[in-house]
Design a protein around this ligand. Structure first.
Ligand SMILES: CC(C)(COP(=O)(O)OP(=O)(O)OC[C@H]1O[C@@H](n2cnc3c(N)ncnc32)[C@H](O)[C@@H]1OP(=O)(O)O)[C@@H](O)C(=O)NCCC(=O)NCCS
Length: 183
């Protein structure tokens, strides 16, 4: 059971008691927008998708819960998935389900822990993220971790009745190893 500890955040596996809260986030368009591509019907199918993700590199299911260490409460989730059938693209995603926890650096710390973990435990040479060009919090989060904007995918994501352009971000193993860490 992998648990990743940062200064204020812990990434931990899910427990059955977490599912109602996770599902409530996914069911609330205000919470997930524009991140709304992982759909679930009920607690049982949600549990199955989280558990089967362990053996499915392409799964979009959440893989770790984000817990505040001091409060011990679950405030979000992160995931990673093989993003292309041929290219070696491992992408991360992130969600702070509790809006009151946003804007305090929790998302960035959590994603930093996940990227560290992926470079430590897999052979990937690059980790990426895609961000709706209008999702400032999402792309500023990865920029603050040293990810570089590599391009723009035009009309790549459909939500709220229209197509959206998407930024492609990435960091390489050597960039990550050499980045300045917060003191
Ligand atoms: C994206 C998300 C995870 C950011 O988490 P967070 O903990 O609030 O982010 P942080 O506090 O670590 O801040 C990261 C950066 O975003 C900026 N930011 C945070 N909220 C912002 C907002 N509402 N508008 C603009 N910028 C914002 C911060 O200022 C910071 O940038 P800076 O250091 O350059 O100033 C959170 O907003 C969220 O869950 N959004 C909905 C789900 C989503 O869009 N996920 C991303 C898709 S992969």
């Amino acid at each position: 059971m992998t648990v990743l500890e940062g200064p204020t955040v812990r990434l931990r596996p899910f427990e059955p008691a977490d599912y109602p809260r996770l599902i409530s986030w996914y069911d609330d368009p205000e919470v997930v927008a524009p991140f709304d591509r992982f759909l679930t019907d009920d607690a049982e199918s949600f549990r199955r998708s989280v558990e089967s993700a362990r053996t499915d590199p392409g799964s979009l299911a959440p893989r770790f819960g984000i817990e505040r260490r001091n409060e011990g409460d679950l405030v979000g989730a992160v995931g990673h998935y093989r993003a292309h059938p041929v290219l070696e693209l491992e992408d991360v995603w992130y969600l702070l389900g509790e809006p009151s926890a946003r804007g305090q650096g929790i998302g960035r710390e959590a994603v930093g822990l996940l990227v560290d973990h992926l470079f430590r435990t897999t052979a990937v040479a690059r980790i990426g993220a895609t961000c709706d060009v209008e999702n400032t919090a999402s792309y500023r989060l990865v920029e603050g971790l040293g990810f570089r904007r590599e391009g723009t995918l035009r009309s790549a994501l459909f939500h709220h009745g229209r197509w959206h352009d998407v930024f492609v971000y990435g960091t390489t193993r050597s960039e990550w190893a050499g980045r300045a860490r917060p003191a």
